[in-house]
Design a protein around this ligand. Structure first.
Ligand code: GUN
Length: 293
């Protein structure tokens, strides 16, 4: 069994990006610039956005953090999105989700210029991914793909079970795994809260990508010997032994599943760091106008 070290891979990629940025600056090109919009004070979102800003520094990007209080109106937020669309120095930006209940996330996502949508959430990017055109790819699925690639994990013709059908992870992941590409070319099954025979489906899977946000859902009896297990879960569960009072818990019961598999991602230190680095890569692509010239 091999543990997939997402932290190490992400550090390596950040280094590669920083080198590329140095070359760009040496050639007199513009420094890529990411803006992040954060509404309210949700603990998880605060941490994610702070980590994104930190990653920008490591990559040599410029970053701008725009904060609003919880009570900002939808119109107020949409106005800021349109401003960012127009601001020439900003290559890409993202609005951290979830948003307060009184704001439509979909309306905000659709207001973002798809050419600056480094999260890959805009319907144009989602649609282009579905039909195999160049686009910004959602960060978590793209990070998983990069891990599969860097660990030389064969996906061609393999049975891949995806647990969860979210717009951010499950759906784009399914599209990527069935793409005519490497990694890709897999036979994909997407399971969700209404699926039947979940255990049986999982037991036949060569690759399982667990992304339902249900701590410890995947147990050893659901996994076949030699499977590849990717754990996207990051549920905060109370833990008095931690200074913060919580720990991040994956969707996989790691201790019992790990001995059975060929590869497994830990939580934390698996998929999480790759998500942020994928956003950085998208920002680099945006800065270089590589996807939408
Ligand atoms: N909330 C959780 N993950 C993400 C993400 O990748 N992007 C944004 N914008 N919000 C999130």
């Amino acid at each position: 069994m091999q543990i997939i070290d997402g932290k190490a891979v992400s550090e390596q990629i950040k280094k590669e990006i920083a080198e590329e940025v140095s070359r760009m600056i040496a050639k007199g090109e513009k420094r890529p610039h990411l803006a992040a919009v954060l509404v309210g004070h949700d603990g998880g979102s605060e941490t994610y956005v702070a980590n994104k800003v930190k990653a920008c520094e490591a990559c040599g990007f410029r970053s701008t953090l725009i904060r609003f209080e919880e009570n900002i109106t939808e119109d107020g937020l949409l106005r800021k999105v349109r401003e960012l669309n127009e601001e020439a120095d900003i290559d890409g930006f993202m609005v951290q989700l979830p948003l307060p209940k009184h704001i439509s996330e979909q309306r905000v996502i659709e207001a973002i210029d798809y050419r600056k949508d480094v999260d890959g959430f805009h319907p144009i990017n989602v649609g282009r991914l579905a039909i195999g055109l160049p686009c910004f790819i959602s960060a978590t699925p793209n990070g998983i793909l990069e891990l599969l690639k860097r660990y030389n994990i064969d996906t061609k013709g393999k049975k891949c079970v995806i647990l969860g059908r979210s717009n951010i992870v499950g759906k784009p992941m399914a599209n990527l795994m069935m793409r005519k590409a490497t990694p890709g070319d897999a036979t994909v099954t997407v399971l969700h809260s209404h699926s039947r025979y979940i255990r049986e489906e999982c037991r036949q899977a060569d690759i399982i990508i667990a992304a339902m946000g249900h701590p410890d859902f995947l147990t050893a009896d659901m996994v076949k010997e030699g499977a590849v297990i990717i754990d996207v879960g990051t549920t905060r569960v109370p833990d008095t032994t931690k200074k913060s009072g919580f720990r991040l818990n994956g969707d996989v019961k790691f201790d019992e599943v790990a001995p059975k598999c060929a590869f497994i991602t830990p939580v934390p230190g698996g998929v999480g760091p790759m998500t942020i680095v994928s956003l950085m890569r998208n920002t680099l692509l945006a800065g270089k106008r590589e996807i939408y010239p």
